[in-house]
Design a protein around this ligand. Structure first.
Ligand SMILES: Cc1ncc(COP(=O)(O)O)c(C=O)c1O
Length: 477
């Protein structure tokens, strides 16, 4: 079991490490307001002895968010916003307020951008994929480093005869060769449909790719899909400065509650370009059985199929208010200090024989990276330690981290040096596999997976310190 905060503060080694940490990262002291928040709003973490290091998987909610939302539910009567009775109107007002608030939070002009409610970031990506007017000869350009739900858009472009092109990433820093990117961007088809997708922050390595690519690609004739799901929980995205065409996000990643709601923030002008492949309840202004015709609603409604998750939507406004109250810049600074310390420690870990114990994926310095730290551990003979073993041991100590490829196979292929032939050969054996871990086990010389720890709004120094102690105790020889 992990130590309580109280017992840690009596521990000399912990205190020494903390003093050294604040000497190395003096800016951390200015984020102490978040220690108070941890003790009040997130006290359940310490009460239940959890070390939560999976913020890239999902954020945590503050207690007051849940309380405010339940008060709203208990003190009002809310009906389906598709009706127009008083309870429905009350709900519509809250839904529209939230929609407006999302745009305000991201500093997006409501004339320029719309916010469509979806189930999650994947739902937002599917909306773009299925509606983007791909035709033969059109192009879908994306970096190797992308979440599966961005890669999945290729199935739509393929069906419509468009081509998919990938820009590789270079391991271990997981950077993109900008010359190669520029060469690919120069190949936009004039008068064609060209869609370019990349993550503002990698969910695999924490790398932050330049937001300057947005305007660069647009100037060269591309529509830009900026996957901001892993970026916005700890970074400010100002849509009055950066103007991507499509931005998918999941709110639970930002502030933990509610789950089940995401958004596609999209330029209104580009929404006009999308062709929905069907219509559904809530998306039309006119439809007839006999005339066999329908007319889609204008704007966001045309993309919200059926009844939206209306009771939970006001919790998004509460969550955004919470982020504003805490301050995303303060969260950013804290996460930067903690992640940098984690990287310093991990990359300095050595066995007694002098061999390094860790291989880090992503940049070793804090510039252009977020709070996601991904690595593998090696024993004193230089053999890779199975990440599943690390996870099992972490689980036993109530340390929540993530292992595997994190739904980002392109980064995994680059990080673990997997070649196309080897991957195709493993695919040919796929019928034997019971799980994705069997698939990853098929590769030679690597466990084809890594360990990911990520910090966020409620993280403190004790979390990262105890994680490093856990690694030292169990895996250093
Ligand atoms: C960068 C990125 N994009 C997209 C997604 C998909 O998000 P969701 O599972 O909420 O749809 C994730 C989830 O981890 C992500 O990290």
């Amino acid at each position: 079991m992990t130590a309580t905060l109280e017992s840690l503060t009596k521990d000399k080694a912990f205190n020494r490490a903390y003093q050294q940490f604040v000497a190395d990262y003096p800016e951390f002291v200015q984020t102490q307001r978040l220690d108070v928040l941890r003790a009040t709003e997130f006290s359940r973490l310490d009460q239940l002895h959890h070390i939560y290091l999976d913020y890239t998987g999902g954020g945590l909610y503050g207690e007051s968010q849940v309380r405010k939302h339940s008060e709203m539910l208990l003190n009002g009567v809310y009906g389906n916003p598709h009706s127009s009775n008083p309870t429905s109107q009350a709900m519509t007002e809250l839904v529209e307020k939230t929609r407006h608030h999302i745009l305000t939070y991201f500093n997006a002009s409501p004339e320029e951008y719309g916010a469509i409610f979806t189930q999650n970031a994947s739902g937002a990506l599917k909306l773009v994929g299925e509606s983007y007017p791909f035709q033969p000869g059109d192009q879908y350009l994306l970096t190797f480093d992308n979440h599966n739900s961005v890669l999945g858009i290729r199935e739509f472009d393929r069906t419509h005869g468009a081509t998919t092109t990938y820009i590789p990433v270079q391991a271990p820093e997981m950077t993109v060769d900008e010359n190669e990117l520029l060469r690919s961007l120069d190949l936009a088809r004039p008068d064609g449909n060209n869609l370019f997708a990349y993550p503002a922050q990698s969910n695999f390595s924490g790398v932050q790719y330049p937001l300057e690519w947005i305007a660069l690609a647009q100037e060269k004739g591309w529509d830009v899909l900026l996957d901001a799901a892993a970026f916005v929980p700890t970074n400010r995205l100002d849509l009055s400065i950066w103007k991507p065409d499509f931005v998918p996000i999941s709110f639970y990643k930002m502030f933990g509650y509610p789950t089940g709601i995401g958004a596609l923030i999209a330029k209104r002008e580009k929404l006009q370009k999308l062709h929905r492949p069907w219509f559904a309840g809530g998306t039309i202004v006119a439809v007839s059985v006999q005339a066999n015709q329908h007319r889609l609603a204008k704007g966001e409604e045309a993309f919200e199929d059926g009844t939206i998750n209306y009771l939970m939507i006001p919790a998004v406004k509460i969550g955004l208010d919470y982020m504003e109250h805490v301050g995303v810049d303060l969260i950013h600074e804290r996460v930067r200090c903690l992640a940098s310390w984690l990287i310093d420690q991990l990359t300095g870990l050595k066995h007694r024989n002098g061999k390094l114990a860790t291989k880090l994926y992503g940049p070793p310095s804090s510039g252009r990276r977020g709070g996601t730290v991904t690595f593998n551990l090696f024993n004193a003979n230089g053999q890779e330690i199975d990440y599943e073993l690390v996870e099992q041991e972490a689980n036993r100590r109530k340390i929540s981290l993530r292992t595997g490829c994190f739904c980002n196979p392109g980064s995994g292929e680059a990080a673990f040096g997997l070649g196309k032939d080897e991957i195709i050969s493993c695919f040919s054996r796929a019928p034997e596999f019971q799980s994705s871990s069997d698939f990853r086990g098929c590769f030679k010389d690597t466990h084809a997976g890594a360990i990911r720890v990520s910090v966020g709004m409620a993280s403190n120094f004790a979390d990262v310190y105890q994680f490093i102690e856990f690694v030292k105790e169990l895996f250093l020889e």
